[in-house]
Design a protein around this ligand. Sequence first.
Ligand code: Q46
Ligand code: ZN
Length: 300
Amino acid sequence: MKCRSCRRKAVTKLRAHNSAFCRDCFLLFFRRQVHRAIKSLRMFEPGERILVAVSGGKDSLALWDLLCSAGYNTTGLHLALGIGAYSTASREKTERFAKSRGLELIVADVTEGTEQRGVSELARRQRRSTCSVCGVIKRHYFDTIAAERGFSVIATGHNLDDEAARLLANVLRWRTDYLGKQFPVLEQREPRFIRKVRPFYLISELETATYAFLRGIDYVVEECPYAAGATQLHCKEALNRLEEAMPGTKRAFLSEFVARMQQRFSGEVERGARACQCCGRPSYGETCSFCRLTRVATRS
Ligand code: Q46
Ligand code: ZN
């Protein structure tokens, strides 16, 4: 197997791109794809202060590595979610990564604001799924910390496999409001919202894992214990089967949605956020979902 670009021995084969690459050409190909996404969707400009959400997994650490080595002004944000050994390992890997590269990292312990209760305990008290509660908490911390510290943009490591699975899950139930919000750049619709961007939205999990491996990034290999129960995992498996038979399917599914279909649903998104009575962050009701959640959940 030879590299498509330089004809040296290839180290990775990408069926979706009908290509194989040696180490250097893969890294170049990978970075080019990401820079193209950043530029074409105007995710951010050089010099802008970017808050990178880092879980300690391969995608977020690969994203941070790529952005800082390209000279972007980045700070990492890690949320300690209180999910037992998984959270401990994730925090360790993230801190080690930041230290080894001399990068600025903010660590926020979410259990501090919730009387030492982790996301699973909060979810149990609310009789909701752990992932939905976790999502509310993460959004709140990302937005609050970014706003307080003057960041204009938050970048996350969601990859093509995540985004295509989310799209399939939303399409299967025709959740048109969610489809209206599924875009790799969520602009600041209201003055207090922070722009959210997903520079890896067209990069597959295989590619981010290859990048992380070739760059020597030490990441948490174990998945969050709650990931297995998530609906998205079934959609990922279904898409993997389709991808196996028809390479390039995931990418076409998502990129065509983003380029041609998403705008059709953008009118479905709720508008008119106001300030939450409790925390002041944008909310569509009197109190935001985070404050409702923590108020109920911390009652003993
Ligand atoms: S961390 Fe949180 Fe994920 Fe774990 S509880 Fe679910 S949402 S799976 S990305
Ligand atoms: Zn609030």
